[in-house]
Every structure is written in C-alpha cells, then in structure tokens.
Design a binder for this molecule. Structure first.
Ligand SMILES: C[S@@+](CC[C@H](N)C(=O)[O-])C[C@H]1O[C@@H](n2cnc3c(N)ncnc32)[C@H](O)[C@@H]1O
Length: 387
C-alpha cells in the first residue's frame, strides 16, 4: 500500500504550518475522522499519515486536538491491522511518536528537541478594517478598503507540572486567549481615535491581543502581567506582529500591526504589589498613562480594589481614561462589585454594556475569531473609568 507523497520532507516546520493547504487539509481530516471512527474504515487515513506526521511535529495544537477527538484510537486500530507490514508500520510509528510527544492525552511522552512553547502555532485573529483605515500606517491608507488585518498570537501550552498543580490555576489563566480580549480589540479598532499618539498601559494582558492592536495607534504601550512566562510570550507576540518581522513576508501575513517594536514592551507587574517590591529590576516605573486597558481582569472582588490602586498610581489625573471589558457574574467572581468599588475609590464610572451587547455585531466577530484553545464567555460588561 502506498503512503502519501513526501514533498513535506523539503519544508521546515515553520514553512509547513504556514501553508494554506495545511489548515484546509487538517480540517478535512478532522471532518472525516468521525466517519472513520464509527464505520471502522480505518484505511481511509492511510494516505494522510505522512501529512499527519508533519502536522504533529510542527503544531502542538493539531496533535492535541487530534487526540481529543479520538484520532489515536484509529492509529491504534491501524497499528493492529497492519502489524505485519513494515512499510506501513514505519510511517505509522512516526505519526504516533509525533503525536505522543506533543499530545498530553497520550499515555507515553517521548522527548523532543523543539522547545515546548515553540510547537504551538500562533492563532490568527482577523480584524476587518473595512473602508476605514484604522491602522495608522501610511501604506495601509492606500489599500485600506481591501485589507483584512491578521494579528498572530501564540498562546502558551500548559506543561504537565502546571496541569498537575491546581493551586497555580490563577498563574496560568493568561495562557489562553479570552473572548473579552477579542471583543476589546474589535472595539479598539472602531475607536482608534482614542488611542492615537497616547501612552497606553494594558494590565493582565495574557496573550497580548489588546496591547498589540493598541500599538498600531499609540505612541507607547506597556503590556503587563504577573507571570514571567506570559511576559516572555507577549514579547514574542510583539515581534511576531511587528512591521519589521514581516518586511520580507507580506504575502503570507498581512499583520504588520506594530510599527516599531521598541515602542511596545511586555513588563512584569503584579497589581497586588503596585509598590514594585517583586519586580524591581524590570518592573513598570512610575509613569502617568493616558489610557489604561483591562480585558477580563476581574476574577475576584479584591481585583477591583487592587486595580483601583493601579489607576490611582498610573492614570493621568483629570485627562486619563481607563476601559475595562469583563465577563459577567455568571463566569467571574467579583465583576458585580467593579463599579461600586471604583466609585468608592473616588472614580467616575460609565457603563458601556450597550456598546458591546447591542445588535450582535461583537458576538459575530468573536465567534468568527474563536479558536480551539481560546476561551469563551457569553456576555460582557464594559466600563469607562475616569478620575
Ligand atoms: C482571564 S485572563 C485575561 C487575559 C487577557 N486579558 C485576555 O482577555 O485574553 C486574566 C489575566 O490577568 C492576569 N492576572 C491575574 N492576576 C494578576 C495580578 N495580580 N497582577 C497582574 N496580572 C494578573 C493573568 O495572568 C491573566 O493574564
């Protein structure tokens, strides 16, 4: 029996995953998987083995997803069925090896030379800028009507130790991309005027979508989080979306969002210790910000008061504005206290829920940008806070 073509051999993992055909083919395999599972037509997967081998080596999520939807059962069936055929066992062995080294669902984990985080393919967020040039760059202005902007975002896979240690859950929430960020990025593009040449601070930035989009308008952006792994990843994402990084690569990605990556910075910062006692060396210095942003940053009541302290410390007196987009109390503790907590700390609060919940526009946008490893919320709350 013939095993699929070997043209993938000539590609590096990075080139392989950027092939459009890769995403389409993987989607088709996933679709046919159900049928294969229920009808036992396991042979149907044979021609895709070589493809899967490369997919799993290059893309952590693909292997994980394949395992979650039961793909490994088919591989095991194939293994049993063809255990006499050397020419099949060998590629099958390769696929299983690639799969087991990536997929936490599999019982065996083999070692790999590629760094764990590096095997996660960045998500693509499509920001349709329509007829308005929202991205401030002069060359965008010429082509603005036809362009959809892609933001590339690598999220962080949890390693096995982090999964095992539940008391660290809070430390790893920023490993995902949450719906609130997607909604806030969309709102930001529609209201880019508020960010033009401003100094912006994003707190609890996670994967960094909001800050990276803000960086296409603002004069300076600081993206903060309290987990150093998140900051390392955000620094990677800033580069991934910089004009510089894609200057030779415009055909593949239209994501030159960050004009100058020196103007955007990931900074370690814990809102429970605004006095910088933890991150003295690289911490955020006292600097007054024109705009402060937070997407899905309230997970408990104390966050409201801690964030009020951040505003007191960093928001420019009288002219500074902060925007927060939260989940609702169905999903998050403490959000119902946000407005009163801010008011009790002397801030003015304007409810902007209608902006994001009216006429379903935001929901449609969020739904079309959800990914396998992004995290859904159903409804949103949005506030503008001023001193
Ligand atoms: C639910 S996630 C939202 C992440 C991102 N804004 C998004 O919407 O995708 C909450 C974020 O707040 C960060 N965070 C939680 N507690 C924090 C603290 N005390 N100081 C700074 N960041 C914190 C987490 O690391 C995480 O990135």
């Amino acid at each position: 029996m013939e095993i699929a073509n070997t043209t993938y051999d000539r590609l590096t993992p990075r080139d392989f995953i950027s092939l459009r055909i890769y995403h389409e083919k993987f989607e088709n395999i996933k679709k046919s998987l159900k049928e294969i599972l229920f009808t036992d037509k396991v042979d149907n997967l044979m021609t895709d083995l070589n493809f899967l081998k490369y997919a799993f080596k290059a893309d952590l999520d693909a292997a994980y997803e394949f395992g979650l939807i039961g793909g490994h059962q088919i591989l095991l069936k194939l293994l049993m069925k063809y255990n006499d055929y050397e020419e099949i066992l060998s590629p099958l062995g390769d696929v299983i090896e690639a799969c087991t080294s990536s997929c936490l669902q599999f019982p065996i984990k083999s070692s790999t030379t590629i760094k764990f985080e590096e095997r996660r393919v960045p998500l693509k967020i499509m920001l349709d800028t329509g007829n308005i040039n929202n991205f401030g760059n002069s060359d965008d202005r010429k082509n603005s009507s036809s362009k959809k902007k892609e933001i590339l975002l690598r999220t962080i896979p949890k390693d096995i130790n982090e999964i095992a240690s539940s008391n660290k859950a809070n430390l790893t929430v920023g490993y995902y991309l949450w719906d609130a960020s997607i909604a806030m990025a969309y709102w930001l593009v529609k209201n880019s005027i508020f960010f033009k040449n401003k100094k912006v601070l994003e707190i609890g930035c996670g994967a960094g979508l909001v800050g990276i989009v803000a960086a296409s308008y603002a004069s300076r952006v600081y993206m903060c989080d309290f987990n150093l792994k998140i900051i390392e990843n955000v620094s990677y994402n800033i580069k991934l979306n910089s004009k510089k990084a894609h200057s030779n690569n415009k055909k593949q990605y239209n994501c030159c969002c960050v004009n100058d990556d020196m103007q955007v910075k990931g900074v370690a910062f814990d809102w429970e210790t605004v006095d910088f006692s933890i991150y003295k060396k690289d911490g955020l210095k006292k600097e007054s910000m024109d705009v402060i942003l937070g997407a899905d940053v309230i997970c408990q009541e104390s966050d409201c008061y801690n964030i009020a302290r951040v505003l007191k410390y960093y928001l420019t007196k009288d002219t500074g504005v902060a925007y927060f987009l939260h989940g609702t109390e169905e999903h998050r503790f403490g959000v119902e206290k946000f407005a009163t907590a801010m008011q009790s700390e002397g801030f003015n609060v304007v409810n902007m829920d209608d902006v994001i919940n009216e006429n379903g526009e935001y929901q449609t946008f969020i739904a079309s940008n959800r990914h396998f490893n992004s995290r859904p919320l159903d409804k949103y709350k949005m506030f503008k806070v001023t001193s």
